[in-house]
Design a protein around this ligand. Structure first.
Ligand code: TYC
Length: 142
């Protein structure tokens, strides 16, 4: 049998040689069917080599939405400034998000990993307090 390169389309732990092709060569069996490859008594054909890929150990991080809450007192222009300053929005996008919060009560500023989201919330809350506005910023797990 000719070796062939692994492809990324194969699932983790996929045998490099599919069981079906091993069976067709008589090199593998799922039970002792008397094949000439022998049987050492543990149910594994000693003539069979199954190669598995190691499980990839990278995991996607949990992601968190950073949200602004509406209130009756924080000036619209201040909220737009917050969105430009801490969330890298241009004036048009910041105005769109601010008006969404104004009309719907809550709106998304961005989605970040835990520590980045936590930092944004702290920055916004500190900035609002410094300017004596009651603006509230929170995070929620996606
Ligand atoms: N509702 C505020 C006003 O009318 C504006 C506002 C928008 C406040 C968004 C907070 O997150 C906010 N001045």
């Amino acid at each position: 049998m000719a070796a062939r390169p692994l492809t990324s389309a194969e699932p983790d732990f996929a045998p490099v040689w599919p069981l079906a092709s091993l069976l067709s060569t008589g090199m593998a069996s799922d039970k002792d069917d008397g094949d000439t490859g022998g049987d050492n008594g543990d149910g594994n054909d000693p003539g069979t080599l199954v190669i598995t890929r190691p499980k990839p150990k990278t995991k996607r991080p949990n992601m968190y939405r950073v949200l602004l809450l509406n209130d009756d007192y924080t000036p619209m222009e201040f909220v737009v400034h917050v969105l430009e300053r801490f969330f890298q929005k241009n004036r048009e996008e910041a105005t769109r998000v601010m008006l969404h919060v104004h009309h719907h009560g809550v709106g998304e500023c961005g989605v970040y990993t835990y520590e980045v989201a936590e930092t944004k919330v702290t920055q916004v809350m500190d900035f609002a307090r410094k300017h004596q506005h009651p603006l509230q910023c929170v995070m929620e797990k996606k």
